[in-house]
Design a protein around this ligand. Structure first.
Ligand code: NAD
Length: 371
């Protein structure tokens, strides 16, 4: 008899899937690669499964929890963001859900950093010149020039795991750093970064003295040459400081016309209508987007307008997509491993069965013993 029945809405790699099967789990995987329809997820939830493995593409709410009533014990999400899961509904049905924080932090931050470089130094238009055989002779400024990253000022919006990792990478490029986060400020980390900047300057490694500090949102936008976004998607009612359309016409107009926006957080954090206007009318110099309001980006999206192609880089929600961070079966290094372990912890009652002590469970508040 299998220990537990689990439905996965997507393959998470052989290694992690085999780990579950070796423990006697009966694992059914939706063949994909596209997401299953919601109707199928509800049907599977109603079929008596103990666990559900989900991706950020699957809407998980009361309908799913109701269908799973009496047997569904855990939802294990393979992502750090969980805006597709209705937390209030999960709590009402007392279903813990897990995520895969940390193991994708450095991968995502470095991708954001590389996006910034590719955008500012015009690496894509440069490659096109060569590919399309349009490369004339070497010239001091033709066909175009880029902007340097080294020594510039970056605003890091959201100083959680990925924001702090981004900060660490920016130090190596002698950047001044402005931080904004209304909910979590890691002053100790920022003090250590300042010390590092001082040491780099004093030892002559870095020519100019640089600084890092927390500032208000508007001040960060006004002063930054680069703005990199590392917040969760929080809609109205989910937070005192929601992030839905945090970047809109007003905030994009606050940025310098020479500044660049980098978004690896979630698509709806940036209004696509507003960023389109901002690029078309040159309120800002450019943007690099890894995430979109609708994914995959619809065929008729204005963001594909060739007129703004030189200043808009587009990626396929790819920031965490390193081989090890995505697929490794070790919960300390891979999202797949951490996803499987989150499921195992709940189903097999690790930590003495105390859900509030399980490291990968997000909605611990629903399981804390009342005082
Ligand atoms: P985290 O929870 O550690 O950090 C998020 C930070 O944002 C927190 O410190 C929080 O206080 C802050 N925040 C909340 N509301 C804010 C607001 N209004 N303004 C500014 N800051 C605000 O999360 P993380 O691990 O750093 O991940 C951040 C997000 O990145 C995830 O939620 C996910 O959506 C996204 N992500 C995307 C990819 C990708 O492949 N593109 C990969 C990983 C994560």
């Amino acid at each position: 008899m299998p220990k537990f029945r689990v439905f996965a809405t997507c393959h998470i790699g052989d290694a992690a899937e085999n780990k579950l099967r070796e423990r006697g789990y009966e694992l059914e995987v939706y063949p994909g690669p596209e997401a299953p329809p919601k109707k199928l997820i509800v049907e599977k939830a109603a079929s008596g499964i103990d666990g559900l493995i989900t991706t950020l593409r699957d809407p998980i709410d009361a309908e799913v929890f109701e269908a799973g009533k009496g047997h569904l014990k855990v939802v294990a999400q393979i992502a750090v963001g969980f805006d597709n899961i209705n937390r209030a509904d999960a709590n009402r049905y007392r279903i813990p859900f897990t995520h895969t924080a940390d193991v994708l932090t450095e991968a995502t931050a470095e991708f954001a950093f590389f996006m910034m470089g590719a955008l500012a130094r015009k690496m894509w238009p440069s490659e096109l010149e060569v590919r399309e055989n349009r490369w004339g002779s070497w010239h001091p400024f033709l066909p175009f020039l880029g902007d340097e990253v080294t020594g510039k000022t970056i605003a890091v919006i959201g100083t959680g795991r990925i924001g702090l990792a981004m900060i660490k990478k920016c130090v190596g490029f002698d950047m001044n750093i402005l931080c904004y986060d209304p909910a979590y400020q890691n002053h100790q980390y920022i003090a250590k970064i300042q010390k590092l900047m001082d040491q780099r300057h004093q030892s002559g490694i870095q020519k100019e003295q640089t600084s890092i500090r927390y500032v208000e949102f508007e001040a960060a936008l006004r002063a930054a040459d680069y703005v990199s976004v590392h917040v969760p998607l929080l809609r109205e009612g989910e937070s005192d400081t929601p992030t839905y359309h945090l970047f809109n016409e007003k905030t994009l107009r606050t940025m310098k016309p020479t500044a660049y926006l980098i978004n690896t957080s979630r698509g709806p954090v940036v209004s696509e209508q507003a960023i389109y206007r901002a690029l078309k009318e040159k309120w800002i110099a450019g943007a690099a987007l890894d995430v979109f309001e609708r994914e995959p980006l619809p065929a008729d999206s204005k963001l594909r307008d060739p007129e703004i192609a030189d200043r808009l880089r587009l990626y396929n929600h790819f920031a965490s997509a390193g081989k090890i961070p995505r697929l490794d079966a070790d919960p300390d290094t891979g999202m797949a491993g951490r996803c499987a372990q989150g499921l195992i912890d709940v189903l097999e009652g690790s930590y003495g069965g105390d859900i509030s002590k399980m490291p990968y469970v997000v909605n611990k508040e629903a399981f804390q013993a009342s005082p």
